[in-house]
Write a protein that binds this ligand. Structure first.
Ligand SMILES: Cc1ncc(COP(=O)(O)O)c(C=O)c1O
Length: 465
């Protein structure tokens, strides 16, 4: 027995506890995940909820994908940092078919496009313009990367792309203040507004990016969920190929967010190659490689076999029907709202009801409004301020995809239904939404019942996960 060690079977006494004085960096939970957790707590407490906060696609994984994943479950090796050759070739083919010829050598795979976006921001190492509104994680990731976001407003109906004239002004101003603005992020189509910017706006954005030497990060994760399949998504990679990075993933159109698999398409030329080397260096130090079985399944998915194309078609129709119905319910309640053109989000503005909401409920900010909806009605949505908009904006992001069903059986029925909004569990949720909005916007003494005539909530507590 070595000198000083305890005899076998004996444990040395633990040291007396001393509280840890070291502080940790404050990193709040992403708002989308936070609202989901708040709803889960309410549900556990037995309160009925209307889960409209989380950006999950809400449809089942296609069995062909499960089969491919299972077939590759034995692959335990790390594999190349950039991703396997078959996956990179399949992703290149996916982009080729969308008019973006792609060198598989310039494709990098990662554990979700979120990780790739963060890697790109780290590699670029400068301030970044983001649209206002835009997906919650861009600004958060930019701050984590130790740089600062520059928010630039989008034009009405063209969410996801900063207004090009405002972009030019903002870059000139920020640079005059000594800031190193290096990139602009665009989302085509957009989360949170569910809209798709047109060709002319994208082309002008590219001109500004070229004139001001900005890299464009084009997040095209919702590309295959444009409700009208005949509509073209105009990628900046067509107009400014030398400076545009495109990202996408399996998370939205194939509802495989939990599989954590994304890909980035880097620009050809010296800049693209330098960016690739930097991104791979970061990836090698953070995630090493995306999970090998997922890469195998993703190679299958990006090859777009007919059964997956049909699955995506059906999901697109489902998203269009339900988001359209949700928009109609908000419009009927007096909100200003566009019918979404893509993805599974609605972005109503309750500004026309501002005076009433203030008088009846003391609502002054978007967060007051969404807090009230959560606490009083168990309705989870996110305020516009979470997307970089002013605190007083009464816009909110509504994500109805968790209403498609409580389990795969209901969700498959919803995918197959000619009119999914007529299915009892979806119709019930839509009616509950109308009841809530009627109660919220009624003058005092005229509140509509928050519950149905039977006294039961019209949405079963199990309506979504
Ligand atoms: C606009 C946008 N980009 C990227 C992501 C991240 O997707 P993932 O990391 O699952 O690829 C999301 C997910 O909500 C999103 O809405």
């Amino acid at each position: 027995m070595p000198a000083g060690s305890a005899p076998a079977g004996d444990h040395p006494l633990p040291l007396p506890v001393r509280p840890v004085a070291t502080t940790v960096r404050q990193v709040p939970l992403s708002p989308t995940l936070a609202v989901n957790e708040a709803l889960a707590r309410k549900r556990r407490a037995g309160t009925p909820v209307l889960p409209l906060g989380f950006g999950e696609a809400g449809i089942p994984i296609h069995p062909a994908l499960t089969r491919e994943l299972a077939a590759a479950a034995g692959r335990g090796g790390y594999g190349p940092v950039a991703g396997s050759a078959p996956l990179r070739a399949a992703a290149a083919g996916y982009w080729d078919r969308r008019g973006l010829p792609t060198d598989p050598g310039l494709v990098v795979c990662g554990p979700g496009s979120k990780a790739l976006l963060f890697g790109l921001l780290m590699a670029l190492d400068g301030d970044v313009v983001v649209p206002a509104p835009s997906w919650v994680s861009y600004a958060a990731q930019i701050s984590l990367a130790g740089v600062r976001p520059v928010h630039v407003a989008t034009s009405p109906g063209e969410g996801g792309v900063p207004n090009p004239a405002l972009l030019a002004d903002a870059v000139v101003r920020a640079r005059a203040e000594g800031r190193a603005v290096k990139a602009v992020v665009v989302t085509l189509p957009d989360n949170p507004t569910g809209t798709l910017a047109g060709a002319e706006t994208v082309r002008r954005l590219c001109e500004v990016a070229r004139d001001h030497d900005l890299v464009i990060i084009s997040d095209e994760i919702y590309r295959d969920l444009v409700h009208d399949p005949a509509r073209t998504v105009h990628s900046p990679a067509r107009y400014a190929p030398e400076r545009t990075v495109v990202t996408t993933a399996l998370s939205k159109h194939l509802a495989a967010g939990g599989w954590r698999l994304g890909v980035a398409r880097l620009p050809d030329g010296p800049f693209g190659h330098a960016l690739r080397a930097s991104l791979l260096g970061l990836a090698s130090e953070i995630w090493s490689a995306a999970p090998a079985p997922m890469q195998h399944a993703a190679a299958y998915a990006f090859a777009e076999p007919p059964e997956l194309v049909e699955h995506v078609d059906r999901s697109r129709r489902l998203h269009a029907a339900v988001t359209g119905a949700v928009a109609d319910r908000f419009a009927a309640a007096g909100a200003r709202v566009r019918r979404p053109e893509a993805a599974f989000y609605v972005y109503p503005d309750l500004d026309p009801l501002r005076d009433r909401l203030r008088a009846e409920h003391g609502v002054a900010t978007g967060a007051d409004l969404t807090g009230l909806l959560l606490e009083r009605y168990g309705m989870g949505v996110l305020p516009a301020s979470a997307f970089g908009e002013p605190a007083e904006a009464l816009r909110m992001r509504v994500a109805p995809s968790l209403l498609y069903g409580a389990g795969d059986e209901q969700r498959l029925t919803a995918l197959a239904a000619p009119d999914p909004t007529a299915l009892p569990w979806i119709a019930g949720a839509l009616d509950r939404l109308s009841e809530i909005l009627a109660d919220l916007t009624a003058p005092s003494g005229e509140g509509a019942p928050a519950r149905s005539a039977s006294g039961q909530p019209t949405v079963p507590a199990t309506a979504a996960s």
